[in-house]
Structures are given as structure tokens and as C-alpha cells.
Design a protein around this ligand. Structure first.
Ligand code: PXL
Length: 273
């Protein structure tokens, strides 16, 4: 058996639901070997309503991690919270140098419960330097509105317009996560490969314990690609994995409820899409 090697370039979520913690747990659940290049540390302050405090990692330290991880002949990687334009540039440089094809770009711009775009200049850098290197990008509704520069998206037609604009930036595929913000009675994700639009629908789960769902979805796609799945199969399988994780989301404390990353393998509910 050959173990497939996966890398995440992302921030640390101390509370364990999203960020590199979600990625590593998800990589492990898919039987891949997970590696990390840490870009920043997010610590939530329980005395300030769980405010997210971000501690950046020096870009020389980020480059040293990339040099190490990329030397191992990676099968797939993802990006999450990147923290600075310099880090986006470093990520792009290493992807180019090693000609890595299985690159999943999760364009993390906000944390759940926070409404300010984190570091707006990195959004431009991701749009201009990273999307063209991605096999797929996985924005939520808000992020898709920012990347496409269409602003607030409300309907499935809005999602289609945004998907086309994001595709035109050079990514080979796009999946926009409709989530709860979408005016629709189902949980709808929209997949686009430049040819046709596919709607992936599941029942809306009435839970607020879904912290980390976005990172988990992108990490599951990454692991599925590393394991040799074709792009659409990787997305569909990741949606099932993430739906199970949300269905078994749980309360960590009074502030946050993370998804259960290991739910799909432990409670194989019959998830239909
Ligand atoms: O869910 C977005 C996210 C991504 N990465 C890190 C985070 C968060 C939100 O808390 O902390 C490191």
C-alpha cells in the first residue's frame, strides 16, 4: 500500500474545529498522510465573546515549512487562511516550482461569527496569483461574491454568474457552497467545470454546530484527489463526508460547536445527494 501525501497551508484554529486541525483530522480519516505549513495562529478569547485573535507566523518560517513539505513529492495540497500577501506569493512560487496539479484553494476570508473580511489585500492576491494554479476552488457564498466582484449573492442564478467569473480567473473547477445564506429550502452547492453547472442538494441541517465545515469540505476534496478520485467524484464524496460531520456537530462550549470530523467513518448514515 502506498500512503498518499497531503499538505495544508493554513492557520491553526486553537479550538480544533477548522484550520489545520480540521485538515489533518480529515486527511487522517481518508487514510492519507497529512503535513502542514502553518501561516498563523488563531486563538479565541473566552473573555471577549470568543473574539478571534490572529498571531502571524514570520514568512521565513512559512517558506522553511514549504521547502520541507514540497520536497516529499506531494500528491495533493490545499490552502486555507494565508494571512499575508507574502504567504500567498510563497504558496504560488512552490506550486509552480514543483508543478503540483492537485491544488485545492479554499479562499478563507472570514471566520464564522466574525463579519470583517480578514486582510482584504490577501483576497486580491489569492484571486490574482493562486486561482490560476487551482484544480478547484471552494468559496462559500460570501467568498464567491468577493472573488467574482459581484457582491452579495442570493440566488442560484447569482451563484452561476459568480462561478463563471471565478472560472474565468483560471481555476479548472469551482464549487460554491450555498450554505444557509442562500435563499433556498435545500443545502445547495454549485459545481462548475467550465462546461456545465451541477447542483448538489442535501436537506438543510438545522444546527449551529457546524464550525469547521468549510475547511473539512476542502480537505476532504484534497484527500480524495490524492487518493486518485476524479474531480467530480472527489467533490461528491467530500459533500457526503462533510454532511455527516455537520449532522454530528456538537457543542464544545457556550461559544462554538465544531463539526465531528470523524462522523462519516463512524456513523455511515445513508446520505443522499
Ligand atoms: O473557518 C475559517 C477558519 C479557517 N482557518 C482558521 C480559522 C477559521 C475560523 O475560525 O481559525 C485557522
Amino acid at each position: 500500500m502506498s500512503l498518499k501525501k497531503t499538505l495544508t497551508i493554513a492557520g491553526s484554529d486553537t479550538s480544533g474545529g477548522s484550520g489545520i486541525q480540521a485538515d489533518l483530522k480529515t486527511f487522517q480519516e481518508h487514510g492519507t498522510y497529512g503535513m502542514t505549513a502553518l501561516t498563523c495562529i488563531v486563538a479565541m478569547d473566552p473573555e471577549a465573546g470568543w473574539r478571534h485573535n490572529i498571531f502571524p507566523i514570520d514568512s521565513a518560517a512559512v517558506e522553511a515549512q514549504l521547502k520541507c513539505a514540497f520536497s516529499t513529492n506531494l500528491d495533493a495540497m490545499k490552502t486555507g487562511m494565508l494571512g499575508s500577501v507574502e504567504i500567498v506569493e510563497l504558496g504560488a512560487k512552490y506550486i509552480d516550482k514543483y508543478q503540483l496539479k492537485n491544488v485545492v484553494v479554499d479562499p478563507v476570508m472570514i471566520c464564522k461569527g466574525e463579519d470583517e473580511v480578514l486582510l482584504p489585500e490577501t483576497v486580491d492576491a489569492v484571486r490574482e496569483l493562486l486561482l490560476s494554479k487551482a484544480i478547484i476552488t471552494t468559496p462559500n457564498l460570501f467568498e464567491a461574491g468577493q472573488l467574482s466582484q459581484l457582491g452579495t449573492l442570493r440566488t442560484i442564478d447569482d451563484m452561476k454568474n459568480a462561478a463563471q467569473k471565478i472560472y474565468d480567473l483560471g481555476t479548472k473547477n469551482v464549487v460554491i457552497k450555498g450554505g444557509r445564506a442562500l435563499h433556498h429550502d435545500k443545502a445547495v452547492d454549485l459545481f462548475y467545470d467550465g462546461d456545465s453547472f451541477v447542483l448538489l442538494e442535501t436537506e438543510k441541517l438545522e444546527t449551529s454546530y457546524n464550525h469547521g465545515a468549510g475547511c473539512t469540505f476542502a480537505a476532504a476534496i484534497t484527500a480524495n484527489l490524492a487518493n486518485g478520485e476524479a474531480i467530480f467524484d472527489a467533490v461528491l464524496h467530500a459533500k457526503k463526508f462533510t454532511t455527516a460531520a455537520i449532522a454530528h456537530g456538537w457543542k464544545l462550549n457556550e461559544f462554538v460547536g465544531p463539526v465531528m470530523h470523524g462522523a462519516y467513518n463512524r456513523f455511515p448514515d445513508n446520505i443522499s445527494i
